[in-house]
Structures are given as C-alpha cells and as structure tokens.
Design a protein. Structure first.
Length: 216
C-alpha cells in the first residue's frame, strides 16, 4: 500500500504495522506477526510447487522416471498443505487487534477496515483455491473437460494471492531475498501457465492429423 503523509509531514505508518498499533495505543504481538509471515512464505512456496507438479502431471513430463500416481499424490499433498498454511496465515490475524479482523472479515472478501483491497485479494484467492481443491471430488459429475477448465482457475487464485502479497506490505517491492523469491515464484508460475495455455507443436500436429483423418 502507498503510505499517506501525516500532518507532521512524515509518511504515515503502514496500516496494521507495529508502529500503527503503537500510534493507536493498541498492543501488538510480534510473535504472532512472525508466525503469520512464516505461514505465508510456506504457503506461497507450496502453492508454486503445486502448480508446477500440475503442469508436470498434465504434460506427462516425468512419467519415464516417476510413475503417474506418485506425481498425482505429491500434487494433491502439496496442494492440501498450501491450503492449510494459507488458512493458518489468515487465522493468525484474529490475534492482532490493530487489523480489526473477526470471523466475518476473515471469510467475506473486502469487508475489513484495514487494507481492504489487498486483504480482500488474499481472502478471495484462498477461497478460490479451496474451491478448486474441493472440485476434485466432483470430477466425475462435471466431466473431465469441464472440471479441467474449473481446475485451471488455480492460476487466477495464484494471481489474486500474489496481488495480496505485493500490495499488503512494502517488503516484496524492495530488493531483498524475500522479494527475489516472490518474483521468481511468480515468474515460474507465469511460465507454467504459458506452457499450459499455448499449444505445443506435438498437440498441433495431433490436431492436424485428426482433422485430416476426419476429411478422408
């Protein structure tokens, strides 16, 4: 978020930060802050790994070396772990009074009073990721192709969560180890999305072969 200049001419503190809590006379638990930050970094890393394994699973890249059920199991386990750590990250803010987050603000996007848009992006992205994960149990009812289209909303979920990370705190916007890691993760996921979105030469040849066969 962009800081706003205060009446004294100094930049206003980051909303929800320890200095903001101090200015409002509200206690701030730095231990809870560190736990929330750790959960966020773990969830982000697991989410990137989940998306990568999804691409590997879809394109059958490692099936010569690792059997498909093993890759699928790892994909599901990492995805579930990412959701758990993401939800735990959100729950920690119930214990930081400066954020004014209760059960409603934690579940309904864009209802909080502190950093409404960035926090809303994070909640919406997490809830979309939960929906994508739960859709696995509806695959037979939806049919594979329709389920696959819905499952690909995982990329939208990642984009929303990335916006949350980028906007909610200045750290990812400065040159440091965390910012580099976040940027690299976003680049890897963007590349994975492009690989999925753009048809490969083999798939184009397959389509051309099928169309020629249909005309014969």
């Amino acid at each position: 978020m962009i800081t706003i200049a205060s009446s004294s001419g100094k930049p206003a503190p980051i909303p929800g930060s320890p200095l903001d809590a101090y200015n409002h006379g509200i206690a701030y638990d730095t231990g809870v802050h560190q736990i929330a930050r750790l959960f966020a970094l773990i969830a982000y890393s697991l989410m990137i790994a989940t998306l990568l394994l999804g691409v590997i699973l879809r394109l059958r890249l490692l099936e010569r070396y690792v059997n498909r059920p093993t890759i699928y199991g790892a994909h599901m386990s990492l995805g579930l772990s990412a959701l758990i750590f993401g939800c735990l990250h959100g729950l920690t803010f119930l214990y930081q009074p400066i954020w004014h987050i209760g059960n409603v603000e934690l579940l309904v996007p864009f209802t909080g009073s502190v950093q409404r848009m960035p926090v809303g992006f994070g909640i919406l992205g997490t809830e979309l990721a939960v929906a994508v994960g739960c859709s696995v149990w509806l695959q037979r009812r939806l049919g594979y192709q329709r389920w696959l289209r819905f499952h690909q909303l995982a990329y939208v979920s990642f984009a929303l969560i990335w916006l949350h990370i980028f906007l909610v705190h200045p750290e990812p916007r400065h040159l440091n180890l965390v910012a580099v890691g976040i940027a690299l993760g976003a680049g890897v996921c963007l590349l994975a999305f492009l690989i999925r979105a753009l048809p490969s030469r083999s798939r184009l040849r397959g389509r051309a072969f099928r169309s020629n066969g249909g005309e014969a």
